[in-house]
Design a protein around this ligand. Structure first.
Ligand code: ZN
Length: 129
């Protein structure tokens, strides 16, 4: 899980599509070597899933990183969506790790999962009151 890369990609990310409620459906995220990726977010499987596609000159290829893990483009898309709503989040690799970081209720923890590899991470939402 490369959080540093995910965080640095946020400032160059841009929203491609939104649903009727204004939620982000797809977002363009820059990758290494000048590549760009489209990350599609879906509310399903009790959390959020990510599908990541490498944009090529003539179409899309599945992101290799998201094919065996949860790629940093996916993480970047999640962090972008949260920051847009001014929600502060932490990403944890395991559910057990969320217990340490999460001082709030279990309800504020939800899984994010690569739709391509099935690999998960967990997002802990911080509530500022
Ligand atoms: Zn990716």
């Amino acid at each position: 899980m490369n959080l540093a890369d995910a965080k640095s990609a946020i400032k160059f990310a841009k929203v491609l599509r939104r649903d009727a409620q204004g939620r982000i459906i797809s977002i363009e995220v820059p990758g290494h070597e000048g590549k760009t990726y489209e990350v599609i977010l879906r509310h399903e499987q009790g959390g959020l899933t990510t599908e990541c596609l490498l944009s090529t000159g003539n179409g899309y290829l599945p992101c290799q990183g998201n094919g065996h893990a949860l790629c940093y483009h996916s993480l970047s898309a999640i962090l972008f969506a949260a920051s847009e709503k001014q929600i502060s989040v932490k990403v944890c690799q395991t559910k057990a790790a969320t217990k340490i970081k999460n001082v709030y209720d279990e309800a504020w923890v939800f899984p994010i999962r690569s739709r391509q590899s099935g690999k998960e991470a967990y997002v802990v939402m911080e509530v500022s009151e």
